[in-house]
Write a protein of this length. Structure first.
Length: 611
């Protein structure tokens, strides 16, 4: 398998984007002027992180990539001392993020890290419930601190209290400090994000490794089924929609809730009815915190929350009202999933004849079940609740930059790096203090206009799934179970990429994410805003999904994604909903078009396309 050389890709600029590198941190660039770093980059295998970034990153949105670049790596390499792998290195090409796990190559060093890992990770595994409870308190305190953070406007004259209270500080200083506090809270949030996450995945990987050694031919999907059927809070926002649908029917206001696809019209109609007012009270109680769930993954500034885009949860509530009226169950088939989980677990456990091995099976499975809920639960606290509040606080900062002429449109703020925004704020507060015009009013508008054009060109570019030198064998467990990158998947992606005419591709191969076989029409949805177009029984084809797309799962028959492994969010959610999924196909959204007939085999990982 041959993949492009990264430096060749960066040398061949998209016309009109020359100089794009200044939009991102300098350490993200592939280099030619440093022989040692250049050689390392050429010999390294990099794969496109489409799991998190199905579109190019805006300069400001890079903050979360920087945050996990630091957090994941530090926990692996400096805190828990994971024996075989250090951190994950990052690069960027045309706004798309490429990553590469950094292995520990020296066998002696791997051995020396083992006792440290056993001691440190062991402390967390042994005290998981108590430490996770402490984590929730830390996260909620961080979110509350963010919610209370004030982004001050700059007055024509400071309040008299600044004098009478001898405050000794100005609103200009407070604005600079508030921006620093906002950014630092974001970075701190992601420090907490990874405190448990890799240990959660590691527990699953340990169990997977043990079971596959006992049963070399067992599919990874069978192992994932042994830890399915677990309640996680990431499903709670969707449960709230179901409650509200039932409540609307019980109160007799379901007709009003269904009266329009626009929330403002529905809200106005409900306010004119006493029972409608009662239903709106139930809604307001559900909104905090559950409607802080993002309409996307939460990684991008445009992933607004349900609170910001009420048409999205309204569509979900209306879907559930229709289902209830039609006598269709709206419950997740949790008991069925659990029964199948217990059957599979018992079947394989009974095949283990060695008592010691059976005891180890029980211990590893127990640990995986204990830690697994965190893998999904952290999403609500971080990517959804925290991020939703964070993006809106940043919009307050942007409003000030617009007010002082730095930006023509507040939404242009995402085209600046976070350090550039700090410089622009210094420009604003010093000009305000002095009584002159900020220089940024002439500096930034033309740069922003150019960057907008660059982003459009980036969106039209198709990032290759991998670049650099592919290893003989991909063994790094997180790469396999999360991103779905294996030697086989690389070969499958390469074979599709080599087909000159996409119309001739009749089958895509990916990971068997969730069992079952379904045939139906494809509906390609690249963002959650397109989910409303889904028709009953269609097959969702998406770059990736997250539990925030939950209302879609009330309609679809199966799911196919471009990226992800057996522990990706799409695979997890589909297993919990008891529907077939094939993940990590590499090219589904490029090859498949809405309306095509598909046969999705979630047990073998094959997607057949009938043209």
């Amino acid at each position: 398998m041959k993949f492009p050389v990264p430096h060749d890709l960066t040398a061949n600029k998209i016309p009109g984007t020359e100089g794009w590198e200044r939009m991102y941190p300098y350490q993200y660039q592939f280099v030619t002027d440093d022989p040692v770093r250049n050689q390392y980059e050429k010999e390294t295998f990099w794969f496109y992180d489409g799991l998190h970034y199905p579109e190019p990153l805006y300069p400001f949105d890079t903050i979360w990539d920087e945050a996990w670049y630091l957090a994941l790596s530090q926990y692996n390499n400096r805190i828990f001392m994971v024996p075989p792998v250090r951190g994950v290195d990052h690069r960027m090409i045309n706004g798309y993020v490429y990553i590469s796990p950094v292995p520990v190559k020296d066998g002696n060093e791997i051995g020396s890290r083992v006792p440290h890992f056993m001691e440190r990770a062991g402390h967390y595994y042994k005290n998981w419930d108590a430490l996770e409870a402490k984590w929730k308190l830390k996260m909620e305190a961080t979110i509350r601190e963010l919610e209370k953070l004030e982004i001050p406007r700059l007055p024509d004259m400071e309040a008299m209290s600044v004098v009478t209270d001898a405050l000794g500080e100005s609103k200009g200083f407070h604005l600079l400090k508030a921006y620093d506090d906002l950014i630092n809270l974001g970075i701190k949030c992601w420090q907490y994000h990874f405190e448990f996450l890799n240990l959660g995945y590691a527990a699953y990987v340990f169990f997977l490794d043990f079971v596959q050694k006992q049963f070399p031919s067992i599919p990874a999907q069978r192992v994932t089924q042994m830890i399915s059927g677990i309640d996680v809070i990431m499903y709670q926002p969707d449960e709230e929609l179901k409650k509200l649908a039932r409540r609307a029917i019980d109160l007799g206001v379901d007709g009003l809730v269904k009266s329009s696809s626009e929330w403002t019209a529905v809200e106005a109609a409900l306010k004119g009815d006493p029972k409608g007012t009662e239903w709106l009270l139930s809604l307001s109680l559900a909104k905090e915190p559950w409607f802080n769930v993002s309409t996307g993954t939460g990684w991008f500034h445009h992933d607004r929350s349900w609170n910001d885009q009420m048409n999205v949860p309204l569509t979900g509530i209306q879907t559930y009202i229709d289902k209830i009226r039609a006598g269709v169950s709206i419950e997740r088939p949790t008991e069925k999933v659990r029964a199948e989980r217990d059957r599979i677990t018992a079947e394989y456990r009974d095949l283990i004849t060695d008592e010691g091995a059976r005891k180890q099976f029980d211990e590893l499975l127990g640990c995986a079940k204990t830690v697994f809920p965190y893998v999904e639960n952290h999403l609500f606290y971080v990517e959804h609740w925290f991020h939703s509040v964070f993006w809106n606080k940043m919009r307050e900062v942007a409003a000030i930059l617009k007010e002082h002429g730095i930006l023509k449109d507040a939404e242009d703020v995402w085209l600046l790096r976070r350090d550039e925004i700090k410089l622009a704020l210094w420009d604003v507060v010093t000009a305000w203090a002095t009584g002159v015009t900020p220089r940024g009013g002439t500096t930034w508008p033309p740069e922003v206009a150019w960057r907008k054009g660059v982003m459009e060109k980036f969106r039209a570019w198709a990032p290759p799934p991998a670049i650099g030198t592919a290893p003989e064998v991909i063994q790094e467990p997180f790469t396999i179970v999360l991103w779905g990158v294996t030697n086989k998947s690389l070969a499958d992606w390469a074979s599709v990429q080599e087909v000159a005419d996409p119309e001739k591709v009749s089958e895509l191969k990916g990971f068997a994410g969730s069992p079952g076989i379904v045939e139906g029409k494809a509906r390609v949805c690249r963002t959650v805003s397109e989910v409303g177009q889904l028709q009953e029984g269609e097959i969702l084809v998406a770059p990736t999904t997250s539990p925030s797309w939950a209302p879609a799962f009330a309609k679809i028959g199966a799911c196919v994604t471009d990226v992800g492994g057996v522990m990706s969010h799409a695979a997890i959610v589909c297993r919990e909903y008891g529907m077939p999924a094939v993940v990590g196909t590499g090219h589904a959204t490029k090859i498949i078009r809405t309306g095509m007939m598909l046969r999705v085999d979630g047990s073998s990982g094959a997607v057949s396309i009938a043209r």
